[in-house]
Design a protein around this ligand. Structure first.
Ligand code: G1P
Length: 286
């Protein structure tokens, strides 16, 4: 069955970015001139996804407003003859078919995904975490979808992380299938380096079979007392395969101040207008 729907999770408190995130959704932080969430939406659309289910929470209204029509703004731009900007604003509100659902309690990523059960229904779905910005020639999700087409099972994105960093990721025990593909034998959420089964860390892109929902329903709270998608996939391994794909591309963790700054600098350096001026500024600064 074709993967038509993508879940984008934006319900978290953004604790790694406090105090900023006290009154502003971290998903609306800018990456050059667009909010983080737009990169995840664009990646889904460019991968052939038809419907996006955005999981939000209290205090995240700015996200819904961003993808909506703003009659006032469009009228204002029209009056001023700003046709290019007007076109851009209209394109933005027509960018995707998005529906919203609220995560009413901050009980973790697995809990956020479970909230979409009735909207996704009995079909496979993609999941994107907007903190993970992936700069790649072929959209990372599209790379995963290609693997799904071949294997018709759960697929997750992974990349090599340093040993000290295993505490920040879901880590897999891999059995290599081919160049960039692994059969997952075991998954552990944020293990200490000594207990990590490898240094292949999960990145926020998943293709999940519909059985994940029944599994999430019986997954007990794990790390930080939250329902973890990593734990649910570990349970699902008893019945279904999980394939890990080491995608081609550069990934930034824009959910921390340093990662966000790095992502901005890396993307801006490649930007046709900003890049040369930024390079000049940085070399002076250093
Ligand atoms: C989540 C997942 C983790 C994964 C990470 C990727 O953690 O729980 O398994 O490795 O995303 O970004 P978070 O970063 O939300 O704590």
């Amino acid at each position: 069955m074709k993967v038509r729907k993508a879940v984008i999770t934006a319900g978290g408190w953004g604790t790694r970015f406090l105090p900023l995130t006290k009154s502003q959704p971290k998903e609306m932080l800018p990456l050059i001139d667009k909010p983080l969430i737009q990169y995840a939406v664009a990646e889904a659309i460019n991968s052939g996804i038809e419907q996006i289910i955005l999981v939000t929470a209290l205090g995240k209204n700015a996200i819904e407003d961003y993808f909506d029509h703003s009659f006032e703004l469009e009228y204002f731009l029209e009056q001023r003859g700003e046709t290019e900007l007007l076109k851009e604003m209209r394109a933005l509100s027509n960018l995707a078919n998005i529906c919203y659902i609220r995560q009413k309690e901050p009980l973790g990523l697995g809990h956020a995904i479970l909230a979409t059960r009735d909207i996704v229904g009995e079909e496979p779905c993609a999941v994107l975490l907007p903190d993970d910005i992936i700069d790649s020639k072929v959209p990372a999700l599209k790379q995963l979808l290609k693997v799904y087409e071949e294997h018709k099972t759960n697929v997750i994105a992974v990349e090599r992380v340093s040993r000290q960093e295993t505490v920040n990721y879901g880590i897999i025990e891999p059995k290599q299938i081919s160049d960039r593909l692994y059969r997952v034998l075991r998954l552990v959420e944020k293990p200490e380096p000594d207990n990590a089964p490898s240094n292949l860390g999960i990145v926020g892109r998943y293709i999940l079979m519909p059985e994940i929902f029944a599994t999430l329903k019986v997954t007990p709270p794990g790390k930080k007392g939250e329902i973890q998608i990593t734990d649910a996939l570990q349970l699902l391994l008893e019945r279904q395969e999980v394939i890990a794909c080491e995608f081609a591309g550069v990934r930034h963790d824009a959910g921390t101040p340093l990662g966000w700054l790095k992502a901005n600098i890396a993307l801006a350096l490649n930007h046709p207008d900003i890049g040369p001026k930024l390079k000049e500024y940085l070399s002076k600064l250093l």
